[in-house]
Write a protein that binds this ligand. Structure first.
Ligand SMILES: Nc1ncnc2c1ncn2[C@@H]1O[C@H](COP(=O)(O)OP(=O)(O)O)[C@@H](O)[C@H]1O
Ligand SMILES: [Mg+2]
Length: 360
């Protein structure tokens, strides 16, 4: 499941419009989509004409009087398209979470229970950088940053990108972001100028698709449906369809890359073989194994375990190859009494030899 947060601290830049219509466009391409309305203002919920007694608040809050499992609050919107509705009560979650230790990961924990049920999970964020937006970014692998071409939006984006970088560092995993130009008015010279600046600044982290100004996007919202259901030939529908195609294309790009990585790992990382060395030494107090595989160290890292009857053993994972080793029994070096294959060493003593054949 690709989890994509749609975030920007600025209001009115097209987050909700993108969340709703991209969900519809992905689902019309046969992808199963869950849209999480994570804004207490519940614009996506209202914009899809969804009325529900329970909301995402009831899954995340411990104080909810109707505590629910996420599966129980999901409402079906269209074929392949479900929504987890929001409610104004979600605004109180901020305060509730303030005193909790893993407050950033509440949504991520909730989502981890059904990674196989949807192809995409889109999260519509509120217009601020509070704990709800941070929860959404923590739950996501990708963030879409919708931005209207204006000077202020470019400045705001940089702050948001810094926060994504911080979260990425904290989670120590990939969270990628891409800027989506929205509400683009091609009649304005100024819009083209800002677009060029954005392309220059964000280059590869920008979608090729641009969402143009289109009144059908507003009209569809008041009618309680997506623009695809409202007027599929409109510019708005075409733009969001094209965005969905751009996102879907990445599925194909990611898959061969993963296969290639797997192949490379297989080729370059030799298989490790499980090896157990055993020696019968009843009465010994301390037994270590020292050899080529551990830099001939006889310390805590190479201590052998004693089972009650005086059989000492150690398990190791070794690459194919030949190894020399000896046991150190109560401070005295001996060769392995159970291994007839030995080789004389520079001290005139015998090292035991162990050969690990390359596995198939
Ligand atoms: N491409 C567009 N063309 C015309 N109106 C748009 C477009 N995108 C958004 N809008 C309108 O702008 C307003 C704010 O958009 P919205 O998606 O709710 O922003 P946000 O969720 O970021 O606050 C809404 O009334 C919406 O219908
Ligand atoms: Mg919104």
């Amino acid at each position: 499941m690709r989890v994509i947060a749609i975030a920007n601290q600025k209001g009115g830049c097209g987050k909700t419009t993108t969340a709703v219509n991209l969900s519809a466009a992905l689902s019309s391409n046969g992808r199963k989509v869950l849209l999480i309305d994570f804004d207490p203002q519940a614009h996506a919920t209202a914009g899809l004409n969804v009325q529900s007694k329970t909301s995402i608040y009831d899954c995340l809050s411990k104080l909810s009087t109707q505590k629910s499992d996420i599966r129980d609050i999901i409402v079906n919107v269209d074929s392949n398209f479900d929504i987890a509705p929001s409610h104004i009560m979600l605004s109180t979650l901020e305060q509730e979470l303030a005193g909790e230790i893993s407050r950033e990961s509440r949504l991520q924990e909730t989502l981890s229970s059904f990674t196989n049920e949807y192809d995409y999970c889109l999260i519509d964020c509120p217009p601020n950088l509070g704990i709800l937006t941070v929860n959404a970014i923590c739950a996501a692998q990708e963030v879409i940053l919708p931005a209207e071409p204006s000077r202020f939006s470019v400045d705001g984006l940089s702050r948001l990108i810094d926060i994504i970088a911080l979260i990425k560092e904290r989670l120590s995993r990939q969270v990628s972001y891409r800027v989506l130009v929205t509400i683009f008015d091609s009649r304005l010279k100024f819009a083209f100028k800002i677009l060029a600046e954005m392309r220059n600044k964000f280059s590869r982290n920008m979608f090729s698709t641009i969402i143009h100004v289109n009144v059908k996007l507003k009209e569809s919202q008041s009618s309680g449906v997506s623009v695809l259901a409202y007027d599929k030939y409109s510019r708005g529908a075409k733009d969001y369809y094209s965005l969905a195609k751009e996102i879907i294309k990445q599925e194909k790009e990611a898959a061969p890359l993963q296969d290639k990585m797997r192949e490379l790992v297989k080729k370059h990382l030799p298989r490790l073989t499980d090896v157990t060395l055993k020696v019968d030494l009843p009465g010994a107090k301390d037994v270590f194994v020292a050899g080529d595989f551990n830099g001939w160290r006889a310390d805590a890292t190479s201590a052998m375990a004693n089972s009650n009857n005086g059989t000492w053993s150690v398990r190791m994972k070794l690459k194919p190859g030949q190894y020399r080793y000896r046991f150190v029994v109560d401070g005295k070096w001996i060769s392995d009494p159970g291994n007839p294959t030995t080789e004389i060493n520079p001290y005139g003593e015998y090292d035991s030899l162990l050969t690990i054949a390359p596995s198939a």
